[in-house]
Design a protein around this ligand. Sequence first.
Ligand code: FAD
Length: 259
Amino acid sequence: MSTRAQTHTAVVEAREQLAPHLVRLTLGGAGLAGLVSSGVPDEWVGLIVPGQFQSRYYTVRSFDGVRLVLDVVVHEEGLVTEWAARDCVGDEVTITDPKGSFALPDDTTWLLLVGDLTAMPAMARIAEAHPDLTVRVWAEVPDELPGYLPRHADVTWLLPPGPGASDLATVVEKIDWPDGDGYFWMAGESAQMRAIRKHLMRDRGLSSTAYDVMGYWRGAQKRQPRAVDPGPVWRAGKAAGLTDQQIWERFDASHEEDR
Ligand SMILES: Cc1cc2nc3c(=O)[nH]c(=O)nc-3n(C[C@H](O)[C@H](O)[C@H](O)COP(=O)(O)OP(=O)(O)OC[C@H]3O[C@@H](n4cnc5c(N)ncnc54)[C@H](O)[C@@H]3O)c2cc1C
C-alpha cells in the first residue's frame, strides 16, 4: 500500500491581508472536490506553492466542501512566506489531504490553548468547536487580531520578545492550572515545545492523553538557497521514478556552482 499523501490541485481565489504578518488565502477549484475534512479542529494540509516541491504545513482555517481557507504567517524569509507576501491570486497550488492530532478526552470541562501566530488558526478552530467548555488562550502575536478568536475564549495577548523569538515556555510554567479534568493544546517553535513537553510530563505529571504540544516551525533551521527553479527538475525526476530525496540530492549536486 502506498503511504504517499493524496494530493489535490487548487487555485488561489482570494488573498486578504488580515494583519501585517497574517495573510488569508482562499483556495478553490475542481481539484478540491475530493478533499475530505478529518473533522479534527487542528487539522492541517501540506501546501506546495508554484515552482517548488517541498511542502509546508498549514492549518485548515475552514473548508466548506468547495473553498479552503488558510491563514499564512508572513515572517522574515521562507519559501511559502515569500510567495504569500506577493499577489498570488490565480496561482495553482497543491494540497495534501487534511490530518489532525487534537484528541479531547471524555469528561473535559476546560481547555487551555497556548501558541504563537502560526497557532492562531488552530486555536480559533478548536475554540469555535467547543463553545460549551471553559476556554483560556495565551496568544503570543506581533499583531492585533480583534475578533479572530470566538467571544467565549478568555484571551491573554502577549507580544513576542523579538522577531522569531518566543517566551511561551516561561508563560506555561506560570499558568495557574484549573481544577478538574481538562486538556492542554499548544503549538509554536519546536525547541520551545520540547521544553514544554518535559515540563508537562516531569513537573506537572500530566498523562500523555491530557495534552498535545506540537512543534510548528524550527527557529534554528536555515533556508537552503536555490538559484534555479526546482519545479521542472522535480517533474522530470518524478517521471524517472526517483524519490523526493534522490531528486533533491541530484539537484543540489548539479547546482553547487550556483551558490
Ligand atoms: C501541523 C502544522 C500546522 C501549521 N499551521 C500553520 C498555519 O496555519 N499558519 C502558518 O502560518 N503556519 C503554520 N504552520 C507553521 C509553518 O508550516 C512553518 O512556519 C513553515 O516553516 C513556514 O514555511 P516558510 O516556507 O514560510 O518558511 P521556511 O522556508 O520553512 O523557513 C525559512 C526560515 O524561516 C524560519 N521560520 C519558519 N517559520 C517561521 C515563523 N513562523 N516565524 C519566524 N521564523 C520562521 C525558519 O527557521 C527558517 O529559518 C504549521 C505547522 C505545522 C507543523
